[in-house]
Design a protein around this ligand. Structure first.
Ligand SMILES: C[S@@+](CC[C@H](N)C(=O)[O-])C[C@H]1O[C@@H](n2cnc3c(N)ncnc32)[C@H](O)[C@@H]1O
Length: 261
């Protein structure tokens, strides 16, 4: 990803309840994700204290030097993408357009689950990630500011943890509709009784400031599963809605929605 100045920005200092929850979730994901950490309990406590007293900026180098950052990013790259790919593969009909595919670890995992590299296309904002797309086994297109998406004959559009980052969600959904893809496969981390907007936004910022350096503001666009179902229902029929609580590296559940147009 692009080098940035995000770590220079003062981060919000969260309240104790939010930090209690984050400490607990760190321990949960570190144990179930097979993180290689010598002292997870002590490390989670230290990270929590630093986040509460100093904010993201001073916490980031501690995560880097302790090896937590590298382990967490390894789990994202290897285990999260494998988990998501094995969950989604059976729902995707080619050709597939991966909308805002990030570093494309999910799309690459989907190739290992049987998608043909000749029938997938990726797209991402070229300013967002520092990545050499020419080395990927499928074409990747830039997404311009007006979110125009690459034209093609798509069977499915994939939007994996993308929508809640968009300040104008409908603008992106309208752009997906214009691609003509008949099936949309969407994954979102949803609001629920245990996962508030405040918690989701805090984790988004933590990822961007402490695990990577992604210099785009996080926006309060998270929704409950019911709210997503209602919004997506305006574009087609939501035929699948399924949640998983054990996503490697993620401190909240993911919900899958399949929309038939
Ligand atoms: C979590 S990434 C998901 C990437 C890919 N679909 C995946 O599942 O691995 C979120 C996507 O939203 C976009 N985005 C927009 N604003 C963002 C923000 N503030 N933080 C992170 N991603 C953001 C990024 O370009 C990226 O494509």
């Amino acid at each position: 990803m692009m080098p940035s100045k995000t770590e220079d920005r003062p981060g919000p200092l969260p309240d104790e309840k939010l930090l209690d929850l984050f400490e607990q979730r760190m321990l949960d994901i570190w144990s179930r994700g097979a993180f290689d950490l010598a002292d997870p309990v002590g490390t989670a406590r230290l990270v929590r204290l630093l986040l509460g007293r100093e904010g993201f900026g001073p916490t980031a180098p501690v995560l880097a030097e302790s090896g937590v950052r590298a382990e967490w990013n390894r789990v994202f790259a290897e285990q999260r993408s494998e988990f998501v790919a094995s969950w989604l593969a059976g729902h995707l009909t080619g050709p597939v357009l991966d909308v805002l595919g990030g570093d494309f670890t999910v799309l690459r995992a989907l190739l290992r689950h049987g998608l043909d590299a000749g029938s997938v296309t990726g797209c991402e904002r070229s300013t967002a990630y520092e990545s050499d797309w020419s080395r990927l086994p499928f074409p990747v297109h830039d997404v311009p500011a007006d979110v125009r998406l690459p034209e093609g004959e798509y069977g499915s559009a994939l939007l994996c943890t993308v929508l809640h980052h968009e300040p104008e969600v409908r603008r992106l959904l309208d752009a997906v509709a214009r691609t003509g893809a008949e099936r949309w496969v969407i994954v979102e981390n949803c609001l629920d009784a245990e996962n508030s907007e405040e918690f989701h936004l805090y984790v988004d910022e933590f990822f961007n400031r402490c695990l990577n350096t992604f210099d785009v503001p996080c926006v309060p666009q998270h929704r409950t599963a019911e709210e997503w179902r209602t919004l997506l229902g305006g574009y087609g029929e939501v035929t699948v809605e399924e949640s998983r609580t054990d996503v490697p590296g993620m401190p909240f559940p993911y919900t899958l929605f399949v929309v038939e147009r």
